[in-house]
Design a protein around this ligand. Structure first.
Ligand code: KIV
Length: 261
């Protein structure tokens, strides 16, 4: 049975964790989906790991469409989430253009980086049959505004703003959330406060699911972030590493305390 948004919502309601990995091509898409990973994200992190760019800012919609098509061809039943790239969320018109292109390329869900200002877009897309994943916390497309890849929601004011934004977006019909680099306590609070499943990365084991960049969990990043675990180190085999990641997320052993803030 293919994984759908309903599958992930049911897992949240049952308290069962689910795993997500980034994918950029058909071969890894087949491997990851055959391993039972519930969802694959065609992340604009492809700018970093495929293109060798210093950030995700240079990634274009045409490139996201190309990689979404590749992943969709290899997919064996995982949910396919595709990123709207830099400036794609600048206006409602641009969001609709990007969402149309990514869904027609084979995505099941589109992901937007941002906060409560996306409520209108979430509602319009939901009305048109497009589930939206909202990426909050450290949103890498805003690295220049943040002044670095920094943990978000550390003080009371910014923590409250993140929680309020998540609640507003949940009410507007957000299907999924990604929380990146948000302190563990706040991540747990947001996960409990919203009906939509929350996927953590550098967030908390209390999140409903976890995501990592494929190249990071395969030990290919020479300077991995604190929240990364190298699953190749123990297995030495790509397929086994993906299966070990999936098991560790589902049995709650990943992320551990040392992967959180
Ligand atoms: O682009 C990406 O891979 C992402 C994940 C890190 C969540 O947004």
């Amino acid at each position: 049975m293919p994984v759908t948004i309903r599958t992930l919502k049911k897992r949240k309601q049952e308290g069962a964790k689910f795993s997500v990995l980034t994918a950029y091509d058909a071969t890894f898409s087949r491997l990851i989906s055959e391993a039972g990973v519930e969802a694959m994200l065609i992340g604009d992190s492809l700018g970093n790991v495929i293109q060798g760019q210093p950030s995700t800012v240079p990634v274009t919609l045409a490139q996201m469409v190309y990689h979404t098509e590749c992943v969709a061809r290899g997919n064996q039943g995982s949910l396919v989430i595709a990123d709207v790239p830099f400036m794609g969320a600048a206006t409602l018109e641009r969001i609709l253009e990007a969402a149309t292109a990514l869904m027609q390329a084979g995505a099941n869900v589109i992901k937007l980086e941002g906060g409560a200002w996306l409520c209108e877009a979430v509602t319009v897309l939901a009305r048109n049959g497009i589930p939206v994943c909202v990426h909050m916390g450290l949103t890498p497309q805003s690295v220049n505004a943040f002044g670095g890849y920094l943990v978000q929601g550390k003080d009371d004011t910014s923590a409250k703003a993140l929680l309020d934004d998540a609640i507003a977006l949940d009410r507007a019909g957000t299907a999924l959330f990604v929380l990146e680099c948000v302190p563990r306590g706040l991540s747990g609070e947001i996960t409990a406060a919203v009906a939509a499943p929350v996927i953590g990365i550098g967030a908390a084991p209390e999140c409903d699911g976890q995501v990592l960049v494929l190249h990071d969990m395969l030990g290919l990043n020479p300077r991995p972030a604190r929240f990364v675990k190298d699953f190749m180190a123990d297995t030495g085999d790509i397929g086994a590493a993906i299966q070990a990641y999936d098991r560790a997320v589902k049995d709650g052993s990943f992320p551990a305390e040392q992967h959180c803030f």
